[in-house]
Design a protein around this ligand. Structure first.
Ligand SMILES: Nc1ncnc2c1ncn2[C@@H]1O[C@H](COP(=O)(O)OP(=O)(O)OP(=O)(O)O)[C@@H](O)[C@H]1O
Ligand SMILES: Cc1ncsc1CCO
Ligand SMILES: [Mg+2]
Length: 280
């Protein structure tokens, strides 16, 4: 029998696992329902398409009963949250959980206001498969506290959020991923670090939103190994950023070259560039 997920990784390192997961996304082209913010919609959809997945930005509550049961995964992002969007987010998340479908939460600026924090905590209670945020977002969610904020940007390093990520994963039952110079992924016990990516990714809006969408696509094709799928997506996005940076002149051209690189990544590049390691 072919080894899968964790077994495969333990036998031969992360490279083959990451490549197998990207190949599965390309082969299966999972349908991803995205309820995401206005800023991110274009980059999220194009990131998913260039990776081989199929995005659909359907966010009206009336469509959820017909549409959500057909998707491979649901992606919920609260970036431009308002009260009228929240019912659709919660209805879709509740249905995905009931159907056993993976769903992924991006708690953008979770600690920026009481309204936003409460909404994020209500969504966490609907048991997302994965929560991916920057360090400040994961710390705010884990502490359930509103505090000094840079809005959607992080005022912490990812490593500052290690304990918060573990606590949030333990409390929620979700895989928690913190993006940054090192992306941290944990189920509360195991912690892995993804060392791919380039700092310039922070200068393009919605790269975090887009990597969370990519996580949804990877979890859709391997829902039983959500930690490995999440690390794989973060590594692939980072590698696309590294490849794009080789020819980019700044954030605008990196945005274009990153999407092109994601589309054309081959096995040799992936195997030579994957940089994932466990924390002991
Ligand atoms: N210093 C860094 N070095 C390398 N890669 C980085 C660095 N900082 C962020 N990244 C990468 O950039 C991507 C976006 O992460 P970031 O933490 O900026 O998300 P975010 O703050 O949620 O962004 P947004 O809200 O704009 O969508 C991730 O893939 C992450 O790994
Ligand atoms: C800039 C911005 N504001 C709300 S969402 C968003 C996209 C990056 O999170
Ligand atoms: Mg973000």
């Amino acid at each position: 029998m072919e080894p899968t997920g964790k077994d495969k990784k333990e036998q031969s390192g992360w490279g083959p696992t990451v490549w197998a997961n990207l190949t599965a996304v390309r082969d299966k082209s999972p349908l991803i329902q995205c309820i995401t913010n206005f800023v991110s919609m274009d980059l999220v959809a194009n990131t998913l398409l260039s990776a081989g997945a199929s995005p659909a930005m359907l966010h009206s509550v009336e469509e959820i009963p017909d549409f959500t049961p057909q998707v491979g995964a649901l992606y919920v992002n609260v970036g431009t949250l308002s009260a009228d969007w929240l019912p659709a987010m919660k209805t879709a998340a509740r249905l995905a959980s009931q159907l056993g479908k993976p769903w992924v939460l991006d708690p953008v600026a979770a600690g920026a206001s009481g309204f936003r924090l409460k909404a994020c905590l209500e969504l966490v209670a609907l048991r997302p498969t994965v929560i991916r945020g920057n360090a400040s977002e994961i710390i705010a969610l884990s502490d359930a506290s509103v505090g000094p904020t840079k809005g959607v940007d992080s005022s912490h390093e990812s490593m500052d959020a290690m304990e918060a990520a573990k606590c949030l994963a333990e409390a929620s039952g979700s895989i928690v991923a913190v993006s940054g110079a090192v992306d941290i992924i944990t189920d509360g016990k195991t912690v892995v670090g993804v060392h791919n990516g380039v700092p310039m990714l922070q200068r393009i809006t919605a790269t975090g939103c887009s990597v969370t969408a990519l996580i949804a696509a990877f979890v859709a094709v391997d829902p039983l190994h959500a930690l490995e799928a999440t690390a794989s997506a973060l590594s692939i996005f980072g590698i696309a950023g590294e490849m794009g940076m080789d020819i980019a002149k700044g954030p605008a051209s990196l945005r274009i070259h990153m999407i092109d690189s994601l589309y054309s990544l081959d096995q040799a590049v992936v195997l030579s560039r994957v940089n994932i390691a466990g924390f002991s």
